[in-house]
Design a protein around this ligand. Sequence first.
Ligand code: ATR
Length: 264
Amino acid sequence: MKKYLVIGNPISHSLSPELHNHWIKQHGLNALYEKKKLNGNELEKLISDIKTGNINGVNVTVPFKNAIIPYLDGLSNDAKNTQSVNTIYLKDKKVIGHNTDIDGFENAIKKINFDFKNKKVFILGAGGVVPSIIYASIKMESSEIIISNRTKEKSEQVKKLFDKIKLIDWGEVPNFDVIINATSLGLNPEDKINLDFTNTGKNKLFYDVIYNPTETHFLKMAKKLGNKNENGRLMFVYQAFSAFKLWHGVEPTINNDTLKLLDQ
Ligand code: ATR
């Protein structure tokens, strides 16, 4: 039986096993997908388990998307450009890191028929998923990307990868067409983002990477102010879709049953 894992710390909240095992069953594959909490000092052993075939593929989440890179034999272009790996596979005896968060975000935006072309994109946060969102926004031809993070040093690190992005202080709200919450604020239903959007106008896209809870305070407030809003559910499903296709060579189905798996 083939064995797949999602690793992170914490990991208990991850719904990747529900999604992948649903598709594994649907396609009659002899495989199992589990979640595993790891510490940084266990990454090397994990990679050697992939090399020996004990593990056939791994998804990587917070806080290891960048930290895993030194242990890998190679990176796809998407992983290289973002210095972020969320999917690992073995090819010609080499352990390769890839990034399906980029496709995940791009496909989610396409699915809701929103066009990023010539749009001003404002991103809150500078954590693990932000380089992928920036890269996808560049691919979709946005005109400007502005980042705001509580800890400025972290957004400065991101700017080293993407020279053209603009950094502003946490608390400032610039003019924008799309705002993306990529912070962890909202994971607790009581969390509020302390920014004032009453003067930003209507009909912007408010996007939250968080999908559980399904409607964060950020999205509720966006709706109340007359904006479009979307949570991170489709991005999550599409990043898993691309990883599944890469590992198993088949495209899994995405329908209401798939999305229902994430309503927990
Ligand atoms: P990591 O920082 O380990 O990559 P992450 O979940 O990918 O983890 O990112 C968490 C993001 O949420 C960070 O941008 C973090 O800001 P800091 O870099 O300042 O820590 C942001 N964040 C978390 N709690 C926050 C809070 N109370 N106010 C503002 N931003 C917060």
